[in-house]
Design a protein. Sequence first.
Lengths: 122, 171
Amino acid sequence: MKNDSAQFEDFLREFEPKRPRVLKFEAEHPMGYWRRLLAAAVLLIACGVSSRLVWTAHSNEHQPPAHAIEADSTPTQRSIILWTRMALHDPERLDKEFSVPPRSVLPRFDRPHSTLRILAKE
Amino acid sequence: MGDKRLSAEEVSELYERHGPALVVYACGYVVNTACAEDVVHGVFQRLLAGHVGPLEYATGYLYRAVRNAALNARRNGTRDASLDEPCFVHREGNREAALALQRALSELPEEQRAVVVMRIWDGLTLQEAAEATGVPLNTAASRYRYAIEKLRERLQPYELKPREKERDEER
């Protein structure tokens, strides 16, 4: 019986398992971890900088430029329709608006009674 | 094996030594030989990538890992085609017998199949097979005996032919 068993085991050993295909053993580079870390840091910085730039540009879009605010504040830059409407409905305000000199325009000193001319003479 | 991770050389040695038997073992779950190879490859790639903790006993781990991966592959239905290419090569080129053996193996209960694959094609002793499967030696021995009996029943027609041939030659 035991002999039969050994014989059958030998019969089974006549069947050899196929050799599986070669497994690629790629050893990891010793600096692989640090390279990945560095690449991740560079990527993070690049993303941060670009998002900061985009955010800044976006917020600038919604803010009117400084010169535009100044232009709006000067009476001379207002549209003719606005002036006409003001003249019709609020003539007092129109007078006030005209009496306030615009900031962007220097006071004249070439007139005979201008303050600057008098001061300059003194 | 100690309490350390395996180096690439050690994994390579394990693959050389246990790879073929592990493919046979995986074939019992996934039927398709190519899929069994993929399963075994996956286990060794994980081992190589260091995704596995320290191994107490490598052979036992490999068989458990291959079993789990093969069951996952079978559940996912990856390339679970019919049995077309046997995972064995018969010394005399009997392809039919090789297919019959593979079928007979896959029909064994998995604990019996593990012991018989370890013993016959992985060259382990029954003691080593018992340690790898985590059972007492007597249990491993009886599982082996039952498995051999079942295989003999199934493979009798193929086993008799060479014996008859030997007898004819003697005459």
